[in-house]
Write a protein that binds this ligand. Structure first.
Ligand code: 4NP
Length: 147
């Protein structure tokens, strides 16, 4: 059966498109539907941040074709797994979650519990794209074992 995975951060231009690219690469021939979105609407229609594109490119992943969109209540019916990048994103998602929706909503890093970290720090203002990539990669490997 196809599993669908949605990554969510604030802007959908740094962390969640990175996660989308990593999962697409690591999923291999697994039958997955993979997408990402932001809780905010500031960057809707924009490509990923050039720093996120560069970090992914260094690891052999091209995320330049992705475009930002805002998460919608409907996503809770469409996706099996919704993975929030930090606790603030998780709170925002819990607020718009419709009752009776199917999605399993949790923190992205809950699939990398050995790291002892709950949030992927927002790299937009202070940088940290390399760290974000590595945290998300570890969680993605954990996700692929769980689902
Ligand atoms: P992201 O990073 O949530 O990882 O995509 C951000 C991108 C943009 C903004 C904040 C965080 N912003 O405030 O515009």
């Amino acid at each position: 059966m196809t599993t669908s995975v949605l990554y969510v951060c604030l802007g959908n231009i740094c962390r969640s498109p990175t996660a989308e690219g990593i999962l697409r690469k690591l999923a291999g021939d697994r039958d997955l539907i993979i997408d990402s979105a932001g809780t905010g609407a500031w960057h809707v229609g924009d490509p990923p941040d050039p720093r996120a594109i560069a970090e992914a490119r260094q690891r052999g992943i091209d995320i330049s074709g992705l475009r930002a969109r805002q998460v919608q209540a409907e996503d809770f019916h469409r996706f099996d797994q919704i993975l929030a990048m930090d606790r603030s994103n998780l709170r925002d998602l819990e607020r718009i979650r419709p009752s009776g929706s199917k999605a399993d909503l949790r923190l992205c890093l809950s699939d990398a519990s050995g790291l002892g970290q709950t949030d992927v720090p927002d790299p937009y203002y202070d940088g940290g794209f390399e760290q974000a990539y590595e945290l998300i990669e570890a969680a993605t490997k954990g996700l692929l074992q769980r689902i």
